[in-house]
Design a protein around this ligand. Structure first.
Ligand code: SAH
Ligand code: SF4
Length: 445
C-alpha cells in the first residue's frame, strides 16, 4: 500500500537500486529511465514505482522521521528474547540453534539455509504446551525483527469476478454452487475501485483476483492492466488462476509484476482429489514460469484439508520456498456449507500460528502473510500472527456491495468494513506493535 515512505537513491547497479530510508538501505528493481543518485522515489514490494520531487519527499519524510524511529524502538522492545527463558531442554536447544545462527554470523545473510533438520521442525510443529508455543512464537518474532525489521507489507485486493468454471472441493464460488449470485465488475467499476484505493487511500500495490472466469480472457485482462498502468504507477499482482503460460507472459508485458497463486497443497494426491481434473505439475509450471518472467511470487497452501498431516505442512513451507516465494500465504481451510467440506473440522488457531512461526524459522527472509481466512477463523489472528513471525496483511478493496458474493468461504473477516475502517484498524494495530507499513524489503541479491 499505502503509506509507503519516500526513499533516497543511494546506488544504481543496472536495474537494481539501493534506496535509503533514514539511513536504512533496501534494494529494489527499477524500470524508471534516467534515475540518478540522490533522487527520491516510492518503492513498493521491491519495485521502484515513481520518482517524486525532493520538496514533496522531504515534507513527507519530516512528518515520518519521529514516528519511524519510535516504531522501530517499540518493535525492538516487543521482539526481545530473554536468554533466561531459553533453558536446556531439547526444545530449547532447537531455539538456541536457530537464534545462535544469527549471532554467530553477526551479519544478515541473504538466504539462510535451514538450520533445523526435518525431524526438529516436525517436533516444533507438534508442540502442545502453552509455554512452549509462546516461546516458539517469540523466537519467530525475534527472527522477523532481526531479518526484516519492522516493515509490514499491506496489499489491497480487488475481487473482480466470482464466476468460476472450476470445482475445487474447498471453495464456495465453485461452478457447482448454484445458490450463489454471480457478478463480474465492469472495466469502469474496476478502474474506479483502483482509483479509490490508489488516489484516496494511497495504495501502491494491488492484487486483482477472480475465479477462473471464462469471460476474463487474456486479451481483456491485458487491456485492463494497460489501462491501470497508464493511469497509476502501481504494483499489480494478478490472481486469476491458471491463465496459461503464455497468458502469464502477456500480462507481464502489459505491466503486471506480481502473481498470487497458491499451489494449495504440496501433496499431489490431495491436489488431484480436491481439484478434480487438475494436476499439481500444471500449477507448479505456472509458478515457475511466472518467476522466470520476473513476477514477484506470492504462494502457499490451505491447511486443514482432510487427512493432512504436519508432514504436509512442512512440505508446503518447503515448496513455497523452492518456488522463490517473495511472500508466503498459508491459511486455514474455512469449511463452506455449499462444498464437500461443509463438515470438515476447523483448524486449530495454534496450528496456524505454529505454521507461520515455522515458515519464519525456515527462512527468516520471507514475507509472511496473515491471511484473511486466518482472520476469519480467529478475531485475534492478525495481532497473534504478526507476533509469531508474520509481517504482511491484505485489505479488501472490492466495492462493498459485491463483497458478500465473493464467498470462497462464509463470513469473511472485514467483509462489511469500508476501506477507511480497515485502514484505520490496521494502522492502529501496526502502531501498537511498532510496525511501519513500508513494504520495502525484497530478496534482491
Ligand atoms: N481462482 C483463483 C483465485 C481465487 S481463489 C485460484 O484458484 O487461484 C483464492 C484462494 O482462496 C485459493 O487459492 C484458495 O486457497 C482459497 N480458498 C478457497 N476456498 C477456501 C476456503 N473454503 N477456505 C480458505 N481458503 C479458501
Ligand atoms: Fe475457482 Fe479458485 Fe475457487 Fe478453485 S479456488 S473454485 S479456481 S475460485
Amino acid at each position: 500500500m499505502c503509506y509507503a515512505i519516500p526513499g533516497k537513491v543511494e546506488k544504481i547497479e543496472k536495474n537494481v537500486v539501493t534506496v535509503s530510508y533514514f539511513g536504512e538501505p533496501k534494494k529494489a528493481y527499477s524500470e524508471l529511465p534516467h534515475l540518478k543518485i540522490g533522487d527520491y522515489v516510492y518503492a513498493q514490494g521491491g519495485y521502484v514505482l515513481e520518482l517524486i520531487s525532493p520538496t514533496e519527499a522531504e515534507l513527507i519524510l519530516s512528518g515520518w522521521k519521529e514516528t519511524f524511529f519510535e516504531l522501530k524502538k517499540k518493535d525492538a522492545q516487543l521482539s526481545q528474547l530473554d536468554p533466561n527463558q531459553i533453558k536446556k531442554t531439547y526444545f530449547h536447544s532447537l531455539l538456541n540453534k536457530v537464534t545462535n545462527q544469527y549471532h554467530a554470523e553477526g551479519a544478515l545473510v541473504s538466504h539462510q539455509n535451514s538450520v533445523l533438520t526435518r525431524e526438529e521442525k516436525l517436533f516444533l510443529l507438534q508442540l502442545e504446551h502453552y509455554k512452549d508455543k509462546e516461546l516458539l512464537y517469540k523466537t519467530a518474532n525475534f527472527l522477523r525483527q532481526t531479518y526484516q525489521q519492522n516493515s509490514c507489507c499491506v496489499h489491497g485486493i480487488i475481487e473482480i469476478s466470482n464466476d468460476c468454471g472450476q470445482n475445487c472441493f474447498y471453495c464456495g464460488i465453485r461452478a457447482e454452487n448454484h445458490h450463489l449470485k454471480r457478478y463480474r465488475l465492469s472495466t469502469d467499476e474496476i478502474l474506479s475501485a483502483c482509483q479509490e484505493a490508489i488516489e484516496t487511500y494511497g495504495f501502491r500495490s494491488l492484487v486483482l483476483q477472480s475465479g477462473e472466469d471464462p469471460a476474463l480472457t487474456v486479451p481483456y485482462l491485458k487491456e485492463l492492466i494497460y489501462k491501470i498502468k497508464a493511469r497509476w504507477p502501481v504494483l499489480i499482482f494478478i490472481s486469476f488462476g491458471e491463465i496459461g503460460l503464455e497468458g502469464l507472459e502477456e500480462l507481464y508485458q502489459a505491466g503486471a509484476r506480481g502473481l498470487l497463486m497458491r499451489f494449495e497443497t504440496s501433496n499431489s494426491r490431495f491436489y488431484q482429489r480436491y481439484r478434480p481434473g487438475h494436476f499439481l505439475e500444471t500449477r507448479l509450471a505456472h509458478l515457475k514460469k511466472a518467476y522466470e518472467c520476473g513476477y514477484l511470487i506470492i504462494t502457499g497452501s490451505l491447511i486443514g484439508l482432510p487427512d493432512y498431516t504436519p508432514d504436509d505442512i512442512l512440505n508446503d513451507i518447503e515448496l513455497a520456498e523452492s518456488l522463490h516465494a517473495e511472500m508466503i500465504s498459508i491459511g486455514p481451510l474455512i469449511p463452506h456449507p455449499e462444498t464437500s467440506f461443509a463438515n470438515q473440522p476447523m483448524v486449530n488457531e495454534d496450528m496456524v500460528l505454529k505454521t507461520l512461526a515455522l515458515a519464519r524459522i525456515s527462512d527468516p527472509n520471507n514475507k509472511i502473510l496473515v491471511t484473511t481466512s486466518f482472520e476469519t477463523l480467529s478475531p485475534t489472528a492478525r495481532q497473534k500472527g504478526l507476533l509469531a513471525g508474520a509481517n504482511s496483511v491484505m485489505l479488501n478493496a472490492t466495492p462493498l456491495a459485491y463483497r458478500p458474493f465473493y464467498s470462497i468461504y462464509p463470513k469473511r473477516a472485514h467483509e462489511k468494513e469500508s476501506l477507511d475502517q480497515q485502514i484505520e484498524e490496521t494502522i492502529g494495530l501496526l502502531k501498537l506493535l511498532g510496525r511501519a507499513p513500508t513494504d520495502l524489503s525484497i530478496g534482491v541479491t
